[in-house]
Design a protein around this ligand. Structure first.
Ligand code: PLP
Length: 374
């Protein structure tokens, strides 16, 4: 059997031809042709007014938080379990990430926990569509509205998901996406910020390109800001992949559905949920071993590794990481669900080149682990 990869893209000849077109023709009069098309069409697809490509999703969040005026000493509430890219931008601005617990079913931000973390210093809430799952956005929006603070949707992992008929990436004041090489739509490295408010959009565009204004004055900078500009060739790949979004998401959903069907006979296992009226874009299939199995993520990953299967750990609670020293003591009792889910959760391989034989091989490996793990 060919090597199994944890993650990786599906690039077709049509994608390559679009990239070649950008390389051949995307200069002189068309240096931003694909950036503009991709930004506009990706925004429209998500029911947003504006799209801004960025070098990656981490910088999209940093740009947005800067535009929202987050600064030294402010607090931003983020889920305890997510990739650090969701909240690194908070620290870049010398503000403090405040970790809230996750919901035991969706593994996403728990609104009640968010309520408990609010303080007079809270400036924003960042909700994450973890692995394609979605949090209770209406409840989070209500909290944000009551406090008059922005809700930001980190939809880096949410492409293709919907909640109550609304696409992931259409909630809150703005949403962000990642096109990292492991994501459903890829540009290798890349990101996008989507938003509706014109003033906020103009401020983000100004901050993205060295503090210049579109006022005709060349080489004239009004503030020292960032250089988070996109590249047309990168955008061409994103645009090409975006044109195939249905096919890419369908393949991811095939992974989740195959894993779910293959493991259906085993009690006390949880995979990405798909709530009533919602669609899970299934960027990655998460597998949570119930307590009765006595299997933690280290044991599961060791078993998979011995079989050549690249299992990945569920995200560690951020407050447990060396990057946030001294926070575990405070947050472990406050965020018990995150600590427990993380301990017993793994990600199954989700590369877009996985074959059905490989999926079956992985399912058999999980069954074997469960049978021997009791
Ligand atoms: C939920 C989440 N947020 C943010 C990021 C950061 O994305 P990027 O690597 O494009 O900066 C990622 C990427 O892995 C992610 O999964």
């Amino acid at each position: 059997m060919d090597r199994i990869f944890a993650a990786g893209p599906w690039v077709t000849e049509s994608d390559i031809n679009i990239v070649l077109d950008a390389l051949r023709n995307g200069w002189y009069e068309h240096p931003f042709h694909y950036c503009e098309k991709f930004q506009a069409e990706f925004a429209a697809y998500h029911g947003r007014k504006y799209g801004i490509m960025t070098p990656n999703c981490t910088t999209a969040i940093h740009l947005l938080l800067t535009a929202l005026g987050v600064q030294d000493g402010d607090e931003v509430i983020v889920p305890e379990c997510t990739w650090i890219g969701s909240c690194a931008g908070v620290s870049y601005l010398r503000a403090n990430p405040i970790f809230a617990d996750i919901d035991p079913v969706s593994w996403c931000l728990d609104p009640e926990s968010v309520r408990a973390r609010l303080s007079p210093k809270t400036r924003a809430i960042i909700a994450v569509d973890l692995y394609g799952n979605m949090p209770d956005m209406p409840a989070l929006q209500k909290i944000a509205d009551e406090r008059g603070i922005p809700l930001i949707e980190d939809a880096a992992e949410g492409v293709g998901s919907t909640l109550h008929g609304k696409r992931a990436g259409s909630f809150g004041v703005a949403s962000v996406f990642s096109f990292h090489r492991t994501k459903t739509i890829t540009t290798g490295e890349g990101g996008m910020l989507l938003l509706d408010d014109e003033k906020l959009y103009q401020r983000c565009m100004f901050l993205r390109d060295h503090g210049r204004r579109v006022d005709g004055k060349l080489y004239y900078n009004y503030e020292i800001t960032y250089k988070y500009m996109p590249f047309n060739v990168q955008a061409a790949l994103g645009y090409a992949q975006f044109k195939r979004v249905d096919e890419l998401v369908a393949r991811k959903r095939h992974h989740l559905n195959t894993y779910r069907a293959g493991l259906a006979g085993i009690a006390d296992l949880a995979l990405n949920p798909e709530p009533e009226g919602g669609v899970n874009g299934a960027w990655i299939t998460g597998l949570l071993f119930g307590r009765s199995h006595g299997i933690d993520k280290d044991k599961a990953i060791a078993h998979f590794t011995a079989k050549g299967i690249p299992g990945r750990p569920f995200f560690y609670p951020l407050s447990s990481l060396p990057a946030y020293p001294g926070l575990r003591e405070k947050y472990e009792p406050l965020n018990p669900v995150a600590y427990e889910v993380s301990e017993r959760g793994v990600n199954l391989p989700g590369a877009l080149n996985l074959t059905d034989d490989q999926l079956q091989f992985i399912i058999d490996a999980v069954k074997e682990l469960v049978a021997g793990g009791k």
